[in-house]
Design a protein around this ligand. Sequence first.
Ligand code: ZN
Length: 320
Amino acid sequence: MQHTILRPISSHELELEPDHKLGIHSGRDVPLTFFPAPVGTGIEFVRTDKDIEGRNPVIKAKIENVADTTLCTQIVNADGVGVGTIEHLMAAIVALGIDNMRIHVGGPEVPIMDGSSLRFIEMLDRAGIEAQDAPRKAIKIIKPVQVESKGRIAILKPSSETIYSTEIDFEDSLIGHQHFEMVLTADNFREELAAARTFGYVEDVEMLQKMGKAMGATPNNAVAVKRSDKTIVSPEGLRYKGNEEFVRHKMLDAVGDLALWGAPIVGTYYGYKAGHEMHALLLKELAQKPDCWIEIDLDGAGLLKTLPQAADVVSSRVTA
Ligand SMILES: [Zn+2]
């Protein structure tokens, strides 16, 4: 079965701190509303602040629309209208098993919230999830697909479940070398990944802001790391044990980026120092190698087994 949300939900319904409503790069206050969508829609963004020939432009969350992967993942439609920093929202959507949804966004970027997927999960939970009368298609990896560039690697290989394995290697000892692996289910995403925040070096943010980027970044919506003295500037400190918030966030990004395939992927993802750019390359390679995957009906297998749990959580909230 495919799934959508039960009712619309707006970011206005959440109590958000002022810097959580901003696009992290644009610094603009961006309203966000999710709407249910019919079978076969997929995930699409609607720029409510733009008008092209009397219509708000639509940008499909698909790999062919990926335009820029420098600091976040940005998608752009044929009219050149785009939306950026979609990855933390896309991760929440795919992890909760939602296939069809329309996202109204009132600016060039999804709001950063607290830098993680937590508030998007909260919005989806409040909206509730609804099953739709249509089979859910996925792809199953049957032969490995790999991309490599400048010492970075991203791979998809065959496995019976959807597994994520992420390795990072930073020069400074505070982040350093980290490896994290887990089976992607809705429950695992909620418990192990959803709260992991984006991070950046204070020194880099100062440089980016001189170029007009990271204009909305604060130590309250990203983990701010001071490279010079290896300290965490953010008042909250770190979430998760053993400084693992960093590697877990990189995995969260991978889940969101791979959601742009447009259907769940059954297989094992492995990334070494892989970011948005490598993930876009990986999906493009996958598209060019149709002998490496088959289309499957996901009902009764793979990711779907997590859905009853997600749906239970939702229906208990709806009836409460
Ligand atoms: Zn991220």
